[in-house]
Design a protein around this ligand. Sequence first.
Ligand code: ZN
Length: 499
Amino acid sequence: MNKKQALKIYRDQNEKIAAYGLMLATAGFDRMTIAPIGGASYRNRMLSIIQGELFELETDKDYVQAILTLSEMDLGEVGNRDISLAKKSLEDVLKFTKEETMEYSYALMNAYDAWYKAKTSENYEIFRPHLMKLIEMTKYRAKKRDAKKDPYDLLLDDFEEGMNRKKYDEFFSLIRKELLPLIRKIDKKKGYIDDSFLYKYYPAEKQALFMKDAMKYLGFSSDWGYMGTTEHPFTSGFSKNDVRVTTNYDEHNVTAAIYSLIHECGHAFYEHQVDAKYEKYPHIRNMSSGMHESQSRFFENYLGRRRSFFVKLYPRLQELFPENLGNVSLDDFIKAANVSKCSLIRTDADELTYPVHILIRYELEKEIFSGKADLDKLDQLWDEKYEKYLGIKAQKPSDGILQDVHWSEAYIGYFPTYALGSAIGAQLFHKMKEDLDVDALLEKGQFKKITDYLHKNVQHDGALYTFEQIVKRATGEDFDPHYYIDYLKEKYKALYNIK
Ligand code: ZN
């Protein structure tokens, strides 16, 4: 097989694989947004058959040969990176049989449905056997992929290339040392900032009207994006110009949906702003979780929690909810939106306590893999960690172990990327403030200048580089979590008037 033949086989087969991928992603979006739960068993069986067909395409003899051939050749920077990622993913796929792949995908879909039922009925027992099975399968699969490597390290690297327990341990020990004392101090000042008005009654239909304006402000266009609702908000990027975001309304917490939507829009812009020329390189379009979270949390926190972000938007919110916000000034609204308190739900957490929610999950995952955790008591271990670090305990499983969808999808090793992404975002934001007058742009509603900046400096090359390389290229410096720590300490000390 020469280079030309190999490239043709590689590209043609990638198109077919992408077609199946698109079908599965579309069906996945449908499952998680509008499909009735009654059809789950039939639906999951059918989808696992398609997963089996996809496996046939991915392990096709000529395709495998083409990848191996190309991986020995020089294809230029983009081609080399794409092929090396293709080879890595191929090696993983080849470790399993078609039956194993179908069984795994079927188990994942059933686990998601069980999680949904368990969460909505406050019954962890519905989900427990599925979770145990997934943990077992995840361990088995990690061992089979690379018997020599520590399985949890392998998973951490899956979600963020180059990361492992050693690096995360250092990162989280910084969080523990630098942020926990401040969190304790602020906890003693409970009630210092009044945020009670955020938790009045805010009907979902009216919140949805505000979202339309917020999306417009962000420049999220229906030409390339769509918004739906779901139990656990997420973003699906089917292609550059077909990106779906979802949200979930809480009628007694007006900022919950706003911030979750801004967050998902951050993901959406990343998917949308990778250059069109990479459409032919599936692995360049497959951005890492940490980088993705750096962009979503950039939108949500570094931009969305600033006063300037709401200068244009707040009058609309007041107009929609005059009885709740009519007498609340923009300054008081923003202070309330930044209140720090030890709470149970990760997605509603303020910026300061957020990484502690991640620390808890990281410790649990490490203990699951080291064998230290008694898996029968995982739900209790969860609650104990919350008590230890944040001083509070869930009264119902939907506030505890059932709150997040991730484990039901075998996203184990994913959580740490949220905290890492926040830290990457802080460093990128620090640089952006040197280059742009961010507040002036936000106040004037010139959000496009900000998304253009992110496109140019961070997003356009997709996964051509690792997160460490992207940070270096965008800021001129190596990744340094102290930007994150300094940002949080400075912000919250000022907010709470702490020396
Ligand atoms: Zn996210």
